[in-house]
Design a protein around this ligand. Sequence first.
Ligand SMILES: CSC[C@@H](O)[C@@H](O)C(=O)COP(=O)(O)O
Ligand SMILES: [Zn+2]
Length: 212
Amino acid sequence: MSTPLPYSPERLAQCADEIIVNVRELAERGWTPATSSNFSRRIDDAHVAITVSGRDKGRLTGPDIMVVDLDGQPVATSQKSSAETLLHTQLYKRYPEIGCVLHTHSLTQTVASRLYAGSGHVHLEGYELLKAFAGNTTHETSVDLPVLPNSQDMHTLAAQVDCLLDQQCMWGYLIDGHGLYAWGRDMAEARRHLEAFEFLLGCELELRRLQR
Ligand SMILES: CSC[C@@H](O)[C@@H](O)C(=O)COP(=O)(O)O
Ligand SMILES: [Zn+2]
């Protein structure tokens, strides 16, 4: 007799479908070049559905999504989860209300991360689209999107993210020369935050170009 799974397979299938459909759309926009990017969705209090490392994110199918626990350890599989699993699980562990984490490598995100690495953040102010971030009800506000130095050591990166989360409410951050992490309570909210950051970073880059 096989051991029962510690999570609901129906819920995993639901999460995997959601990831596959949404990520295909993001990939079509060119936000996941060359197998980059990773994506996850909370299954329950103790489990997360996440992309398998190294897969072409524009062509994900069911077997490209696996399960890890909140420490990032694989559950009931021998597959290898995303190299950046810890950056996902640290958010699920810290905030029970977070349901989805999206990481992409668009041109706009990567260029912005390079330009603003020196100041440590991108200051976004006065845009109507700031209302896309949960909790914001007016454009008369500002959001500082942090830019972290890149590292291949996920524990170093995760410790820096934790420090930032201790100080401020955040819906995302950039990593220098790398890309953007954004999250939300569910897929729709995480995607709204991701798209808002992408658009606002595009505006900042365009303004810089015009003001040269
Ligand atoms: C293909 S280079 C990009 C990777 O190093 C990494 O940053 C990334 O986003 C994808 O890694 P993955 O292990 O597939 O989740
Ligand atoms: Zn990455």
